[in-house]
Ligand binder design. Structure first.
Ligand SMILES: [Zn+2]
Length: 291
């Protein structure tokens, strides 16, 4: 997950107007009939900050919906910024799920249910293949339960998630912990987003694999653990440094690498690591559990 800067290299209102007025396209004049409603919907989307609970869908006839989806699939010149958003998609961290890959374009509000926003630039975010895995469910029954929007939800810049390792040993049980206080107003949204986007990826298997590597040879995951830390404090300093480095490398506090490092800083996990790293006679960088 990550906060993205609101892109400014296109103007959605002018673009949809140019698209609707282009009489060389098959969508003319059907699209023009609904231009006003679509432009109003764009403004309403921005006014509510892309909040899936508050964006009002636009009733459009099926042929107009099909034209808009067709224009997305093959963008005419008026909306060629869609290709640029896709190219800019070489994000270091997927803003939707936190993986360290990109390559696709995600409609935050899916074009199947929200055809009016099929070519709306602020509804398009570069993402990874989690795009195809995520639920089309956008909101839950409880207050504040909704998918988060990388362009609008400022809280995505904060540290929100950490791996949670239980049954510590060669292969732990892995879950994802939301770091916000449950009383925080953003908590239901973050938890909903985790359940419907992040948890549908292979993030838990990935985190487990990183743990397995760490236990086999600590420096494979954390280079500074190639020699045994002198104390628990020294271990904590190494783990904190690792977390800061991952935040900086992937330009996000919620990439999968940051989630991994944050999970190692849980008191019981740090204790477990310290106990094993400080066993008398332990060779530097040796396995943390016996085979
Ligand atoms: Zn993703």
């Amino acid at each position: 997950m990550n906060k993205l800067t609101l892109p400014t290299f296109f103007n959605d209102q002018a673009a949809i107007q140019a698209l609707a007025n282009n009489h060389l396209l098959k969508s003319y004049p059907a699209l023009l009939t609904h231009l006003e409603a679509i432009q109003a919907a764009y403004a309403q989307y921005v006014a509510v900050g892309g909040d899936a609970r508050a964006v009002i869908p636009v009733a459009l006839p099926e042929p107009v919906k099909a034209f808009l989806r067709g224009h997305y699939a093959s963008p005419p010149k008026a909306i060629d910024y869609i290709d640029k958003i896709r190219l800019d998609g070489e994000v270091k961290t997927c803003p939707m799920c936190g993986s360290m890959s990109g390559g696709t374009l995600d409609h935050v509000l899916p074009k199947t249910d929200f055809a009016a926003f099929a070519v709306f630039g602020l509804n398009l975010v570069p993402a990874c293949k989690c795009n195809g895995l995520r639920s089309t469910t956008l909101t839950g029954p409880g207050a504040g339960q909704r998918i988060l929007h990388p362009y609008f939800d400022a809280i995505l810049a904060d540290r929100l998630l950490a791996a949670r390792f239980d049954d510590l040993g060669p292969v732990p049980r892995v879950s994802i912990r939301v770091l916000l206080d449950p009383a925080h107003p953003a908590f239901p949204g973050v938890q909903f987003h985790v359940e419907n986007v992040v948890a549908r990826t292979h993030v838990r298997a990935w985190l487990r694999d990183q743990w397995i590597k760490l236990v086999r040879k600590p420096s494979l995951m954390i280079r500074d653990l190639r020699t045994n830390p002198a104390s628990r404090e020294a271990l904590v300093a190494i783990l904190e440094e690792e977390l800061a480095t991952q935040d900086e490398t992937y330009e996000s506090k919620n990439s999968w690498y940051s989630m991994f490092a944050a999970g190692l800083l849980d008191t019981d996990v740090t204790d477990w690591l310290h106990l094993r790293l400080s066993q008398p006679g332990r060779a530097d960088n040796a396995e943390l559990v016996g085979v």
